[in-house]
Design a binder for this molecule. Structure first.
Ligand code: LLP
Length: 414
């Protein structure tokens, strides 16, 4: 199912024309398809139905409450990286006992809150964090459930900024140190070893790095077992890519089958932390053309969305497809699609073949993951509104920020 498509020359989100959304809510606006979110979660889970598993949506990909709530209702757990994300999960009706807490810099306060909420597991990323968690858990009178996040030193073959499983990354504990660290963890009174974890990177379009990482993790699991440390779950992290242009990311079912095959007869729960794969293609950014600036070398379409709304092109040179809301007969031109922010890096797409007039609407696709969640107020630009489309209904799930709210916490010195 494609949630965004043309019907009679006009671009729709499910059964709602984007032009209606613009009239009702203005631009720039993030638009999500409820059906696409549900379908993605169910497709991801389908191949796992015959094994003990937990799918923890990586909140950082899109933390909007309505989105978390849809996944919570479908039985999802959540992968969080901050106390703020934990609070969001709880506010959205998520079950804390299905939460895994990743991240290299958990503070004592965040640890305490997560212990009090009763999360499923801490994914511990260093020996210092292990000590700290043991102390905080002792002070709180709780035992902290833990996995160690292992850095398997495999190349995820993705953009260097989103590759996390190589030796020189800041993430996880070195493979060679894992055994001794597990032994040490077993000796700490306020920790309870539950699992083992890895996450090697994001936007992976090939299964082989996942399989290489799994091989290395399973070796450790067996070694741990031989010294009496039993692992109850393997957290394989997230990272499955989506199609932005012509990528062919792994099919969810193939991924699940390959993982299950690797597990062989081991009776160990499988945990996953997908983010992008569940939301990326369920969201789009609707924006309006303010000006067309035609030049000798380049034509610019200056739209009302910018790098502060969708940072991925500026930060990673990422490609997002851009389509016009109304198909036109007039000849197209190649445009640099850019925003109003005062940076040359503020572009949304290069050399896009579009047929445009000023005032037209365009849609930037595959923007559901790391779009709104990475947006900022740079240039004192209010963050976009967010809309959830459900068949022919539109629900506002986050109001557009007001300009006043952007400086409401500020004051001049006396
Ligand atoms: N688990 C952990 C520990 C992570 O660090 C991440 C993403 C995920 C799960 C989810 O990964 P996913 O399934 O979404 O690939 N801002 C970048 C992506 C950064 C990913 C950070 N970690 C982008 O826009 O491409």
């Amino acid at each position: 199912m494609n949630p965004f498509s043309y019907k009679n020359g006009e671009f729709f989100a499910e059964d709602v024309p984007f032009s209606d959304i613009s009239r009702q809510f203005g631009t720039p606006t993030y638009v999500y398809s409820k059906q696409a979110l549900v379908n993605a979660f169910q497709a991801f889970s389908a191949g796992l139905s015959d094994v003990d598993h937990l799918v923890c949506f990586a909140v950082k990909a899109n933390p909007t409450l309505a989105i978390l709530n849809i996944f919570a209702k479908l039985g999802a757990g959540f992968d969080i990286v901050s106390g703020g994300e934990l609070a969001r999960v709880i506010a959205a009706g998520g079950d804390p006992s299905k939460v895994v807490f990743s991240g290299v810099g958990k503070t004592s306060t965040e640890m305490r809150r997560a212990l009090e909420a009763g999360i499923f597991c801490f994914n511990v990323e260093s020996s210092s964090e292990l000590e700290r968690l043991n102390t905080v858990a002792g002070n709180t009178g709780k035992k902290a459930p833990i996995s160690l996040r292992i850095n398997p030193d495999v190349d995820a073959k993705t953009h260097p900024y989103i590759s996390t499983g190589l030796k020189n990354n800041k993430f996880g504990v070195a493979y060679e140190e894992a055994l001794s660290l597990y032994k040490h963890a077993a000796s700490l009174p306020n920790l309870s070893i539950q699992g083992i974890d890895c996450h090697i990177g994001s936007q992976l379009t090939d299964l082989s790095p996942f399989m290489d990482a799994m091989d290395r993790i399973l070796l450790l699991v067996d070694e741990l077992e031989s010294i009496g440390i039993n692992i109850h779950h393997i957290d394989a992290g997230g990272g499955i890519g989506i199609r932005y242009s012509d990528e062919t990311p792994p099919d969810f079912t193939d991924y699940a089958e390959a993982m299950k095959k690797k597990m062989a007869k081991r009776n160990i729960k499988l945990v996953f932390e997908p983010g992008r794969a569940l939301v990326g293609n369920a969201g789009a950014l609707l924006t309006q053309v303010e000006y067309l600036k035609l030049g000798e070398d380049k034509n610019f379409a200056i739209v009302d969305a910018a790098m502060n709304d969708l940072m991925r092109p500026a930060l990673y040179d990422a490609y997002h497809d851009i389509v016009a809301v109304k198909r036109k007969d007039k000849p197209s031109k190649l445009y640099e699609v850019v925003g109003p922010v005062c940076e040359s890096g503020d572009f949304l797409g290069h050399d896009r073949d579009l047929s445009l007039d000023e005032g037209d609407l365009v849609v930037i696709l595959s923007a559901g993951a790391y779009g709104m969640s990475m947006s900022s107020n740079y240039n004192t630009r209010p963050k976009a509104a967010e809309i959830m489309v459900d068949k022919n209904q539109c629900h506002i799930i986050r109001h557009r920020e007001s300009i006043e709210s952007l400086f409401a916490l500020e004051k001049p010195i006396p």
